[in-house]
Ligand binder design. Structure first.
Ligand code: PGA
Length: 266
């Protein structure tokens, strides 16, 4: 089950960020004009900071095209809570990226915006690498747990767990937008390579479930088990033996390529 997954278990958040940045920068070095899928949230912030350092040391991200996973709706790009704002401030500016795409949080017709966004993504060509975080409830993008896998881009109500998790970025939970526009699982699965980041104890259980549990729309990230090329970079609190358990470790010991912080196979 895990043959397709390369797992880096890093010592801490910084090491996770450095590792993920190195993997992403290497991908861009190989394909400097390709399309890359970007994610927001607190997990990849460190990776973006490390990428900015790599840029100061000569890495060039200026020719890539980016598509973000999702955006709140409705929200203006000038709103500091919008993902458009996050990306401009923390990623596009610091990395010198100009060919950028996000779902339009101001779209009057969100369903039409989803169709248009997906078309734009399809016509841009293959996504060389899709960066992902994982929600506490196993969501990727804003594809929330459900009875069916959400294949297409869609305008979705946020799960209560997501509203609560994201309340930390707002004054209180009542300020969190109730809807979002998200890339669907089909587009995510079509990326040539997935780079999934996870940090902190709070993600340990869901990460283990996603990577080693049943493939189910109740844990949307579990669909990644079917992707041919997934790299997971987790810090050691997210990659916890307790959460992965004997079952998973048994499977992993022979079927996954897992490394510890020093790069030695686990
Ligand atoms: P986080 O969010 O990085 O802020 O924990 C991850 C996600 O919801 O995908």
């Amino acid at each position: 089950m895990l043959r397709n997954i390369t797992l880096y278990a890093e010592a801490d958040y910084t090491a996770m960020s450095v590792r993920a940045a190195a993997i992403f920068a290497e991908a861009v070095k190989e394909k400097p004009t390709a399309v890359y899928g970007f994610a927001t949230g607190s997990t990849p912030e460190g990776m973006y900071r490390e990428l900015a350092k790599l840029r100061e040391n000569g890495a060039d991200f200026s020719d890539i095209t980016t598509f973000n996973l999702d955006e709140y709706h409705p929200i203006k790009p000038s709103d500091p809570q919008s993902y458009a704002y996050y990306m401009k401030e923390r990623v596009f500016g610091p990395l010198g990226i100009t060919k950028t795409n996000l779902p339009d949080g101001t779209a009057a017709d969100p369903a039409a915006e989803c169709v248009a966004y997906e078309r734009k993504l399809a016509s841009a060509g293959e996504v060389a690498m899709q960066i992902l975080g994982i929600g506490n409830n196993g969501h990727i993008g804003f594809n929330e747990p459900s009875d069916t896998f959400a294949c297409q881009a869609s305008h979705v109500p946020l799960a209560q767990a997501t509203i609560e998790a994201n309340a930390r970025f707002f004054e209180d939970a009542s300020q969190v937008p109730r809807h979002a526009l998200t890339m669907g699982l089909h587009a995510i699965m079509m990326a040539k390579r997935i780079l999934l980041l996870a940090s902190g104890e709070g993600k340990a259980q869901i990460l283990a479930q996603a990577l080693t549990g049943p493939i189910t729309p109740r844990v949307p990230a579990s669909i990644l088990q079917l992707h041919p090329c997934v790299t997971v970079v987790a810090d050691k609190t997210a990659f916890s033996a307790a959460a992965f358990g004997a079952m998973a470790f048994g499977a992993m010991a022979f079927s996954a390529t897992a490394f510890n912080a020093a790069g030695a196979p686990l």
